[in-house]
Design a protein around this ligand. Structure first.
Ligand code: FES
Length: 308
């Protein structure tokens, strides 16, 4: 199995993993021979050359250190659900437009990954569901301190989404996992996508009205077994025809829908990063995954696998 790194060739590359000799896409640092063009494909640059040009150091990025973001508003849609708007420069908001962008927000010493919900000219919005201690702290910090400390942007919230040239023809979303869809719709023509299904359980009507008005979608309940079977067949058909599918659902439903797909077909299904993300920089290891060959990759960076 070969791996594609979401950060390779970007302003995040070369990272700490290269400096530690653990970059899993660079064979130069591990085996002494370059395979930029034949293993996981050319990604626009040779990370090892970049590394040498940097003086054998990882790239230092200001966004890897927590920066203060002023909270502009907190709009509650339910007792446990709110949209937090933070101030951001125009340039920074532009950097967050990429599909799958997320930030790590820090409150009371805990870090939580948050998908970007919307980018304005001078603000960013995040949808926060108070589902545990960390998100509770974030809500508290927004109210009491008026500031969030955040690092990012990071781009691997939807691994594989960089291969999307357009909106996928089939989109299935559920609850707060639909946040990246709202982010994507900002820059998309409504005619660019064909079928989308939304299970809006957990999304208050006012939120749906404000954020999804004018978006054509069919309302479904993923708890319904017949709906599950119908969608599984539809996903299978799309994958067999080589068409991309976007699943913005919890890991439980994503696994349920992909159960019958082959490894090759699974590569056509883009779904939220299932890893426990804690630093998003390849450092903490909370997202580590070891494959059957004993290769360990950090899922905060690994965007897809290439089956050879
Ligand atoms: S989240 Fe820390 S290494 Fe991936």
């Amino acid at each position: 199995m070969n791996y594609v790194c979401s950060d390779r060739g970007t302003e995040h590359c070369p990272c700490h993993l290269m400096e530690a000799g653990q970059c899993y896409t660079c064979t130069m640092v591990k085996e002494g021979c370059c395979s930029c063009e034949d293993r996981a494909g050319w990604q626009g640059t040779c990370p090892y050359s970049e590394y040498l040009q940097q003086g054998s150091l990882h790239r230092m990025n200001p966004w890897d250190r927590p920066a203060a973001f002023r909270i502009l508003s907190k709009t509650s849609y339910a007792p446990d659900l709110a949209v937090i708007r933070v101030e951001a420069s125009h340039g920074f908001a532009e950097q967050c437009r990429r599909t799958g962008t997320y930030m790590m927000a820090e409150a009371f010493g805990c870090r939580t990954p948050l998908s970007v919900l919307r980018c304005g000219p001078d603000f960013l919005e995040f949808l926060v569901k108070n589902a545990g201690v960390k998100t509770g702290y974030l809500m508290e910090a927004a109210e009491q301190e008026g500031i969030w400390y955040m690092t990012g942007p990071y781009y691997n919230g939807l691994p594989g989404s960089e291969s999307m040239k357009d909106m996928p023809e089939l989109i299935i979303a559920r609850g707060v996992a639909a946040a990246p869809l709202i982010h994507m719709l900002e820059g998309a023509e409504a005619t660019n996508y064909c079928v989308s299904y939304l299970d809006d359980e957990g999304l208050p009507a006012l939120f749906v009205q404000e954020y999804l008005e004018g978006t054509p979608y069919e309302r479904v309940s993923l708890r319904d077994e017949e709906t599950q079977q119908y969608l599984r067949r539809l996903i299978q058909k799309h994958a067999e025809e080589g068409r991309l599918v976007l699943l913005l659902v919890s890991p439980y439903y994503a696994e349920l829908f992909c159960r019958d797909l082959s490894d090759a077909q699974r590569t056509l299904v883009i779904r939220p990063n299932p890893a426990n993300l804690c630093c998003a920089m390849g450092l903490c290891g909370s997202c580590s995954h070891t494959d059957e060959d004993g290769v360990t990759v950090k899922l905060c960076k690994c965007s897809r696998t290439v089956i050879k």
